[in-house]
Design a binder for this molecule. Sequence first.
Ligand code: NOJ
Length: 811
Amino acid sequence: MAPLRDLFVAAAVAAVGNAAQDWDHSLFTNSPPVYPSPNMTGVEASGLSGWEAAMQKAEAFTNNLTLEEKAVMLTGAPGPCVGNIAPIPRVGFKGLCLQDGPLAVRQADYASAFPAGLSAAASWDRDLIHLRGKYIAEEFKGKGSQVFLGPVAGPLGRSGYNGRNWEGFSPDPYLTGVAMEESILGVQSVGVQANAKHWIAYEQETQRNPEEAFDPNAVPYDEQIMSVSSNLDDRTMHELYVWPFANAVRAGVASVMCSYNRINGSYACQNSKTQNGILKGELGFQGYIMSDWMGTHSGVASIEAGLDMNMPGGISFKPTLPGVPTYFGANLTEAVNNGTVPEWRVNDMVRRVMTPYFLLGQDKDFPLVDPSMGEYPSVNEFDKQDGWYDDWNKAKALGEPDVDVRANHSKLIRELGAAGIVLLKNENNTLPLKAPKRIGVFGNAAGDLTTGLYYHDKNYEYGCLPVGGGSGSARLNYVVSPLEAIKEQAKKDGTNVQYILNNTQLTTSGGFLKQIYPQPDVCLVFVKTWASEGEDRTTLHLDWDGDDVVTEVARNCSNTVVITNSGGLNVLPWADNENVTAILAAHLPGNEIGNSILDVLYGNVNPSGKLPYTIAHEVSDYDFANVTREVADPKDTNAWQADFEERLLIDYRYFDYHNLSVAFPFGHGLSYTSFELADLAITPVSNASAAGLPKAVAKAAPGGNPALWDTLYTATATVTNSGDLPGAAVPQLYVRLPAAAGEGTPLRQLRGFEKVPLEKGEQKQVRFELMRRDLSVWDVVAQEWRVPEGEFVVSVGFSSRDFRDEKTFTI
Ligand code: NOJ
């Protein structure tokens, strides 16, 4: 073992060996070297076959390229998309168009804005998540984009403050793993490459980039204030942060994007431990690693550490970034020519890029790039001056502008938007509404957007939030606001609708009393929380005095229903107010936001969403992961350090371990009907052995050692709809590992869930498969997964704190 690796292992052992001990920061300042970068082998992924044959085509393609052309294949260039690999007409290659992602073809006109990952996770519905991926990819393909920059498993959601949590799914790695897998299978089923991002431990926006990342000429590199370093132990790395990416690799994901942060001191895109060691080595990843935009900080070092593609490349990327240098491009050819980088490595990089391309049939009949997808107005004068337009035209790589790719996707958007809404409270059966005579609508999140439909990356005061901000946002080609949907419904029902959308008027000048007559039967309060890439949230409360708005309306209205429209979790200090009779967490539902909310309010849809995170009582309950702290010495280039001292204990794992009461637990969500769950039975799979992990096959299969995915036990239970309406239940299975798993192990962890639609009175058997990985811990000394010996407790229920049956087994 190399000395540095010893150090890493020692750190990991020390960190997890005794959860109560102080954090020794000095153990987390080194990321061990893992070289050389593994060549791809073409071994099949269980989610997508044909790698070997595609690799051979990629090999032939690579052999036909000059060194300069190889560099073109690996270096972003100007072009019509957010990331571009330029066409190479000599070999008939039309280039690659990479687009954000992850909830829409972000910049495109005539495209849809789907519910955010957060909403998808809150649906706990594998089928809808799969379909979401498929439809998004159909839109990418229709626009001529080969690479969808999503889905997101990093940030995972260590901290509720993170501005980008909504782009991904849930702080629970199991739920996120399932969502990653279903999304990728859906996306790649229509011949579009998925990109799992951001690898890895990218858990805050604050200081995510070196101070001068976007102007590297301003300050010499070694004087720049570096990106935050995510410092974490090996076990936490595997059991939380790597976990969902393993699902992604197993699904056959084409590419992975390395992140902006450092990991134990070393930049993600040049971290050989995480890229060569974990991703390409342990997980057997067969595709290519691309950098996040401007996340590359070296040439040779990054290439040797496993980076395959540099984005956005350089040359002249955007008018605001003239002459940004590229570490690849001509520097790459020079490095090969002077012998610094071996050509076999470059060949592997190109093979990795081209294998998914051939595998997904992108060499055949792929639609040409819709040039209206660039920064709007596209195909504009700047683009033409820049030169790329002519090159792409000559390569016959551009198609017609303004292609409408939306098909009938609004139906799924509406359905999934509603499925991702969580009914947190419903006293006196306030909901569903039954053609009320008088409705009051309040709050600045009820109406339409007033400041435009694309650059909503500023916290706008008026308007609902269909999506969050930053590169994961979307050009909204239309929006149905909640107020609009309610008015439509009111016309049918003959309902009187009054509204006040100005929060200041409501909270400071008695707006309710002055304006509202007659007194509404029900008051609907729409409040929101903005979240965006590039900035972490500074509070977990609602924006725009949302808490005061709720309290004020509730003071005047004894039947107040609150709808939060938020890009993440909120604490809800008014949740127990007896005039607040119902609460819906509506998350970010996409284009059909108003209709999705309406469907739940009026019972066209029986809510079945469940919280993919925990709502605590107080903001201070989340202090364990507040990422917005200031650093002691802002001039110290290495000042930004995020010590993941909570280790495995994020979200419900933290609250459970410390036996803290919470307001609404992870997995909680009410329905208009009721469910029962009983008869848990656990059966070992006869030919599976829990003892000892069989050594990985010679070619590590995508997703890691294939034996990790063997089912060792099956669990079954009976779920019954005991209420008066049809609805869908989400039975959840949690596992408590034996004491041998070690101190600091979470008390219970989600290891199964199923969404089960049930007619009134209907009963179904639900079945969960417990795979070896589900019962294992990462053994930092053996550097393997290990099933700890002892008693396992399996609980099934309707949230992480609502168990209906329990059984044990011993290994
Ligand atoms: C930076 C973001 O972190 C990444 O998610 C996105 O894909 C790129 N920018 C391109 O917009």
